[in-house]
Design a protein around this ligand. Structure first.
Ligand code: SF4
Ligand code: SF4
Length: 118
């Protein structure tokens, strides 16, 4: 084996478990403040989905959707800190880690989305 061969870099991402997301916007605001994004730009965009149940009642789901501006808070995570959105979600909906670990965690989360930046 080539002694200079590099180990593959772990792919990192966010797991967004929106089961208990209240739509409070704290993650969006924390991201904007961390990166000083101008109005209209941010690493997360909170989206709301309305679904009509068979009994005609409405189900509301909130999903913070990562945008192209999310860089996984590289300056924080390089220092061993959590991404700002992870730190400020009081419902612990957002998880940061290797895609492999997050996919394992996802097995037990019925309403979750896995995000990895390009
Ligand atoms: S990981 Fe950082 S950059 Fe990405 S959405 Fe969360 S706070 Fe914003
Ligand atoms: S993910 Fe957390 S911080 Fe973001 S809107 Fe949902 S509950 Fe609030």
């Amino acid at each position: 084996m080539n002694a200079t061969a590099k180990k593959p870099v772990k792919r990192m991402g966010l797991l967004i478990d929106y089961e208990y997301c209240t739509g409070c916007h704290s993650c969006e605001i924390a991201c904007k403040q961390e990166h000083n994004y101008p109005v209209g730009r941010g690493g997360l965009k909170l989206t709301e989905f309305l679904t009509e149940r068979p009994d005609k009642s409405l189900r509301i789901d909130y999903l913070p959707f990562p945008t192209m501006y999310c860089n996984l808070c590289k300056s924080r995570t390089n220092d061993g800190e959590s991404p700002s959105c992870v730190k400020h979600c009081q419902a612990s909906c957002i998880h940061y880690g290797s895609v492999k670990k997050l996919a394992e965690l996802m097995e037990s989360r019925p309403h979750a989305a896995l995000f990895t930046p390009i």
